[in-house]
Write a protein of this length. Structure first.
Length: 334
């Protein structure tokens, strides 16, 4: 839900924001009448968005998506959106299920309780979304000696022709982002994230070059051109599997660093104690700090473990620290 006023047809503004949800339950016992509402409306059954979507997919002989009958439509979303409706056995025109809109391509259904269509424009199937929209260069005067190439040649996302090294690097960066920033795996499949990534790939500077016999446009700013982001980014399943390989490589790297620090006698194990006030549990963390041969400072968090219910004296901390060091460092790292 958004609080920003939305522009509606006719040039006026509605002070109430639209409510479009894919999980709403709406009672159809009191249908509202709008200029785009068919004469017949379903008034005896309560549906949810998920139920309507399932019925449209599985019972196509009884449930259909009808076009908006309003002839003064201005929003581009009505090219793919319509109203879900029921086909009765006694014939007649389909009966609209009030307060819902559905996509005619994928049957995605939203609750529709206002006349604003602002949020429907963000639907992936809409041709006006960034992932499906393509721009063309302004037309120039035609001439037999001038060849004008369409800019869609440069701006339309193309199938990936990247080498395996570049693709592996992208996969590595995705996996590290998930791990370092503690993100859920599903974030890489989020449509909004992919639209943002596609826009970042497509950003460039358009230069119009004119020669005696021809003129053409070049899109600069992308090393590999305007590549389709879905051909580059991996999904949640692939990234979750790759993290195991990433963890193995990181353990090998850390093992090499710690082995050198131990051999040189430059490693320092720093304990850190704190308490979870809610659960009343004490924790001990161990950080390995050392300076390498090139005078670079390293701080590596080795482990974090509940501290046993004993006095937190220096002797006990050293004993527990050595125990954890043996368990986590030798067993897991080596």
């Amino acid at each position: 839900m958004y609080s920003t006023p939305n522009k509606v047809s006719g040039g006026s503004y509605s002070p109430r924001s639209p409510i479009i949800s894919s999980s709403s339950n709406i009672d159809l016992t009191s249908p509202t009448s709008t200029p785009s509402t068919p004469i017949r409306t379903s008034s005896r059954t309560t549906y949810s968005c998920a139920q309507i979507e399932t019925l449209l997919k599985k019972e196509k002989d009884r449930f259909v998506v009808i076009k908006n009958p309003n002839k003064k439509l201005t929003s581009a979303c009505w090219q793919i959106f319509g109203f879900p409706a029921i086909i009765h056995s006694n014939g007649g025109s389909p009966e609209r299920i009030d307060k819902f809109v559905s996509c005619r391509e994928c049957y995605k259904t939203y609750s529709f309780t206002s006349n604003s269509t602002r949020f429907l424009l963000d639907h992936p199937c809409n041709p006006s979304t960034p992932t499906k929209r393509s721009n063309t260069l302004a037309s120039m005067p035609s001439s037999p000696s001038v060849l004008q190439r369409s800019i869609t040649v440069f701006t339309t996302p193309k199938k990936s022709k990247l080498n395996d090294i570049t693709k592996s690097k992208i996969k590595e960066l995705e996996a590290r982002w998930i791990c370092e920033d503690m993100r859920p795996f599903a974030v890489v499949d989020d449509p909004g994230f992919r639209r943002l990534a596609q826009e970042l790939i497509s950003i460039g500077k358009i230069i119009l070059i004119r020669m005696k016999s021809m003129s053409f446009s070049i899109l600069l700013g992308a090393q590999h051109g305007n590549v389709d982001v879905d051909e580059i980014l991996r999904g949640a399943h692939t990234i979750s599997s790759h993290i195991n390989d990433l963890a193995t490589n990181e353990r090998s790297r850390i093992r090499s660093l710690l082995t050198g620090a131990i051999d040189n006698g430059t490693i320092c194990l720093c304990p850190d104690l704190w308490t979870d006030k809610h659960r009343q549990v004490h924790y001990l963390g161990i950080t390995a700090s050392f300076v390498d041969d090139e005078y670079g400072l390293h701080n590596i968090d080795l482990c974090c473990h509940p501290f046993p219910p004993i006095a937190k004296t220096a002797e006990n901390i050293i004993t527990v620290r050595l125990y954890l060091f043996l368990c986590y460092f030798i067993y897991k790292i080596f």
